[in-house]
Design a protein around this ligand. Sequence first.
Ligand SMILES: NC(=O)c1ccc[n+]([C@@H]2O[C@H](COP(=O)([O-])OP(=O)(O)OC[C@H]3O[C@@H](n4cnc5c(N)ncnc54)[C@H](O)[C@@H]3O)[C@@H](O)[C@H]2O)c1
Length: 416
Amino acid sequence: MTNKIKVGVFGAYRGMTMMNVLARHPDAELVAVCDKYVPALDKCRALARETGINLTCYENFDDFFQHDLDAVVLANYANEHAPFAIRLLLSGRHVVSEVLPVETMAQAVALVEAVEKSGKIYAYAENYCYFSATQEMKRLYRSGAVGEFMHGEGEYVHDCESIWPSITYGEQDHWRNRMYATYYCTHSLGPILTITGLRPVRVVGFESRPVANMREQGYRAGTSGMIVAQMSNGATVKSLHGNLKREPGSIWYAIYGEKGMMESDRWHEGVSKVNLFTEGNDLTATEVSYRPRPVVDSTLAKLTSTHGGGDFYTMHYFLEKILGRPAGENCIDVYQALDMGVPGILAFRSICQGNMPMEVPDFRTLEAREKYRHDNWCTNPSVAGADLAPFTAFESPDISGDVYDKVRKEWESGGK
Ligand SMILES: NC(=O)c1ccc[n+]([C@@H]2O[C@H](COP(=O)([O-])OP(=O)(O)OC[C@H]3O[C@@H](n4cnc5c(N)ncnc54)[C@H](O)[C@@H]3O)[C@@H](O)[C@H]2O)c1
């Protein structure tokens, strides 16, 4: 008899990161994985041999669904998390979802209601909320170090041009080729919400124009997306993400309060360092820069410290939450997940309407849900039906099938 939580992973590409933690975690029994791409399953079998676990590999989700599982990690396509999460929750499984939480506003309503109906745990695996800098900034903010929140900035600038073949495989309809500029917004916006505990109430979106180099990779949308938000306490936020040119990429967060400000490092030290400025009542200034200690300093946390350590915590806190332990409160629940993800959908709607402001519904309330229950607006024809969104408000590039063939060949030959 074991008290370990039986976990399955759906999607074995990014999912391998989670499997690396779960296969070794003392509270988890990694029992199943599902991916239709067989070479990914071969790597899972190798992990099972290396760690001595008994892992069943499935190519079909319906077969995987029948496996005896307490909890499932969703690391499948970014735009397909919600329908699978709903099905799993209603079958009695706890769910932890990779980014993004939903593709449409209607899915947001359905997801919230499935979590509430099932009584199961839903956790959002926004790993950028668990860098050592973002966890430390949360601790500092909650201790009152910089006073009440006034303004924040979050950036996830990652030029993916060179890796586009290896993350889209030349698939014309891959979700990364269907994204619009503000969709992938929770890496930049999420940590600001986690640090402050506040939510956005109104957003305006902006996109930069599509560029030729990304068009040659098969990407049709604006190059970067910017969300400007008004927060529930009257503060302002700027969130920027996209394929802008910069190396190293920018993963950066800044929090201004009534008594000071703090930010992660903007260049090489990135999210492993915090810079803190505070001002006393007599206007005396204090400035300090330091590398925060990891919140969990275990061998496993060190061994699985990808993405600045964040990848360990998404799994660890999910297990702690299921087991009813206090550290589980660090999980991002479904309402917080939607506070982070829905602004990306609404900011693009703002862009398509000439940068009009959009109210961000609070899905904690029943009243907020009715307006969006049937709102399927997105770039995915099979979900949107007649309510199909464009890829960009600029002229959408027409990309021929030859481009995707070329990208596919690059992927097959091992990248650029
Ligand atoms: N948080 C992070 O830092 C981070 C980093 C990379 C990716 N991601 C997220 O991870 C998820 C997966 O991204 P990815 O990079 O692995 O690329 P991906 O989306 O191309 O891979 C998804 C994998 O799931 C499998 N899959 C999807 N639907 C399936 C189905 N119905 N049946 C069987 N297999 C199926 C695919 O074969 C593929 O191997 C996305 O949600 C993405 O946003 C997050």
